[in-house]
Design a protein around this ligand. Structure first.
Ligand SMILES: Cc1ncc(COP(=O)(O)O)c(C=O)c1O
Length: 436
């Protein structure tokens, strides 16, 4: 048995079977690359599901972790530490919000956000003001509150009863939203760009309507920027890209460069609703995680990474769009900056599996969407490499896709239209680059 097989077998024997992993044992990473046990290199377009914005083993992050670990890793929230307040101050300055609370995971940041919205709602309208509005197709995490706000049955089934008083509306449906929000609403919760939900954006008009309705009904507008925030859209907060400021924003993934840290930031009107003892976290806001997070923000600024996200993100967007004009299996490119998706006509997971063998790591979501969340350090030539691999794999799949659809009288273009997608004239299958 090889070492990799031994590692895989041990996990399969002793862990709860909750993950569908790829059969790849990663030993280490450097920059935008990961390496397996045999030393084979993989170009990383997953970045730990959006966490490793600074790539792997960034020298400044490694240095700060070493220094701080030798001083104090954890102290508890019984005492002050130098870095928690400094990080809160920096995040408030960057967001124009007023106060922060630190937790350890995205789902906890959502839980804290809705607890705060409930307190603020009750202060205005008593317990009756408890309703939460969320979006169909959204994803907010795995704990009960977040799961109750997640608009996908597959994550909720089996765990009922969930949180009461949650109403779902379709993304970008302004009239459904207006009909759902009332004086009993305490919060509207949404991801400006759905991540797990397949890289789908809320329109600026829809976000503006959310803002107006939240104001009219004195409800909190909560943005879940756990996946799309902290630089991924090319601005430090995604809401700055869309021009609508929320009352509360939840952030996590890249903030402490891979150490578990999350936060929610709130406007004073809402922050003032909470008092000593009403919320807390043993690990949240420890000196190591907070000091690394401060370093993360400095690195993003000093290395001009937002500029890189915008430049290379546009290039990636262009290249993915080109794929949709050249390969019938590539249906629609979506997203911006370094949060992008490619909707396929075929299941995405086999493409991801074949790409692993080609030395490039992608991720799939919603069965047919390839998701791209590379580190902010990614360069055009690495996008070219990823696109070359996709062309090779699409060429291969397209050939078998043609064979499968041969007996059918419905064309690929008609199939896309029937599902209400963007009507797109596919070039003849087997067209020159289709076989590349
Ligand atoms: C938009 C969004 N919200 C919440 C979460 C939950 O975060 P965590 O897995 O850290 O609890 C995720 C995780 O992928 C996410 O993408």
């Amino acid at each position: 048995m090889t070492k990799a097989e031994e590692i895989i077998e041990r996990e399969q024997r002793f862990l709860l079977p909750t993950y569908h992993r790829y059969p790849l044992v990663v030993e280490r990473g450097k920059g935008v690359f990961l390496f397996d046990l045999a030393g084979k290199r993989y170009l990383d377009f997953v970045a730990g599901l959006g966490v490793n914005a600074l790539g792997h083993a960034h020298p400044r992050v490694v240095k700060v972790i070493r220094e701080q670990a030798a001083r104090a890793i954890h102290l508890s929230n019984l005492y002050y530490n130098e870095y928690q307040g400094r990080l809160a101050e920096k995040l408030c300055q960057l967001s124009s919000l007023d106060r922060a609370f630190f937790a350890n995971s995205g789902t906890e940041a959502i839980e804290g956000s809705i607890k705060l919205a409930r307190l603020a709602g009750h202060r205005i309208g008593g317990e009756a003001k408890s309703q939460l509005i969320a979006l169909e197709g959204s994803y907010h995490g795995r704990t009960f509150g977040s799961m109750s706000l997640t608009g996908q049955d597959k994550y909720r089934q089996g765990f009922e009863p969930l949180l009461e008083n949650v109403k779902f509306v379709p993304r970008n449906d302004r009239s459904a939203l207006a009909a759902a929000v009332s004086d009993e609403t305490c919060a509207i919760v949404l991801e400006p760009i759905f991540g797990e939900g397949g890289i789908r954006e809320c329109s600026p008009e829809f976000l503006a309507e959310c803002r107006a309705l939240a104001d009219r009904h004195r409800a909190a507008l909560i943005f879940d920027e756990i996946q799309c925030g902290l630089g991924r859209t090319g601005t430090i907060f995604a809401f700055q890209t869309f021009g609508v400021v929320p009352d509360i924003v939840a952030i996590a993934k890249p903030i402490a460069a891979g150490l578990p840290l999350a936060a929610f930031l709130a406007r004073q009107d809402f922050a003032s609703a909470i008092h000593v003892g009403q919320h807390g976290s043993t690990f949240g806001g420890g000196p190591l995680a907070c000091r690394v997070a401060l370093e993360y923000l400095v690195i993003v600024e000093e290395e001009n990474l937002l500029e890189n996200v915008r430049r290379v993100g546009s290039y990636l967007e262009e290249q993915l769009s080109l794929l949709t004009t050249r390969y019938s299996v590539a249906r629609q490119a979506r997203g911006r900056g370094l949060i992008q998706g490619l909707e396929l006509e075929i299941p995405a997971r086999p493409i991801v599996e074949q790409a692993v063998a080609e030395g490039v790591l992608f991720n799939s979501t919603q069965d047919t969407v390839l998701r791209f969340l590379p580190p902010f350090l990614i360069q055009e030539k690495q996008v070219d490499k990823a696109i070359r691999v996709l062309k090779k794999l699409f060429g291969r799949s397209q050939t078998s896709h043609v064979r499968v659809s041969m007996g059918s009288s419905v064309s690929d273009g008609q199939k896309a239209d029937a599902r209400g997608g963007t009507a797109k004239a596919h070039p003849a299958l087997g067209e020159k680059e289709g076989r590349a």
